[in-house]
Write a protein that binds this ligand. Structure first.
Ligand code: GRF
Length: 213
């Protein structure tokens, strides 16, 4: 059965390689979605460039131009609604999402984190894993709640940590997996197969995706 493409709004602060992986998966027919709009809190974010080269509307919203986080997020929400966004994708968005977006998109905001949550949350997931000395790390796609990297987990991928790894070599190994599982998680959402029950996400088998969560 054909899947109706889900409208995505991507929030990104930097390089945008996950955004690129999502756009590539769509172009290659692996992901039933459309990136309708990209929003960044950084004017120089490469993610904005990538979107524009693909003909996708891309906006810089300067957080400092608003008196508080609520009003800043209201502006982002206005853009998301204008482009009829159904699922918000955080792709290297370096801010904690506040209540304006969380209330507008309950269990409709996804993030990718470069560690196996709940280990190593925060902004230095790869460095923290190397310094701790774990043998395995990886990445996690999860729904976003009010905490920092605390929401219900959708997919994870594991990579080995080698003895001579640096933050950069481990980050590169993890990034490959990020680019693989983020489009996969979004495809599960598009297929209506993700159901959040408490803090767990159940993945419905194919063919049983009827019924809203
Ligand atoms: C990725 O490592 C992601 O896990 C983290 O921020 C980084 C973003 O990279 N949340 P990119 O901008 O998608 O290239």
């Amino acid at each position: 059965m054909a899947v109706k493409p889900v409208n995505l709004g991507v929030l990104a602060s930097g390089r945008g390689s996950n955004l690129q992986a999502i756009m590539d998966a769509i172009a290659e027919g692996r992901l039933d979605a459309r990136v309708r709009v990209v929003v960044s809190d950084r004017e120089e974010a490469m993610a904005l460039e990538r979107a524009r080269s693909a003909g996708i509307p891309a906006f810089y919203v300067n957080p400092r131009a608003y008196p508080n986080k609520e009003e800043y997020e209201q502006e982002i929400l206005r853009l998301l609604q204008k482009y009829e966004v159904e699922l918000v994708i955080l792709a290297g968005y370096m801010r904690l999402v506040g209540k304006v977006l969380l209330e507008a998109y309950p269990n409709r905001i996804m993030n990718i984190h470069p560690a196996l949550l709940p280990a190593f949350p925060g902004t230095h997931g790869q460095r923290d894993a190397v310094e701790y000395g774990v043998r395995f790390s990886g990445c996690t796609v999860h729904f976003v709640d009010e905490g920092m990297d605390t929401g219900p987990i959708i997919l994870q991928a594991v990579v080995p940590v080698e003895q001579d790894d640096t933050e950069d070599t481990l980050a590169a190994r993890i990034l490959k997996e990020e680019h693989r599982i983020y489009p996969e998680a979004i495809q599960l959402f598009a297929e209506g197969r993700l159901e959040v029950r408490g803090r767990k996400v159940y993945i419905k088998p194919k063919g049983e995706e009827k019924g809203e969560e």
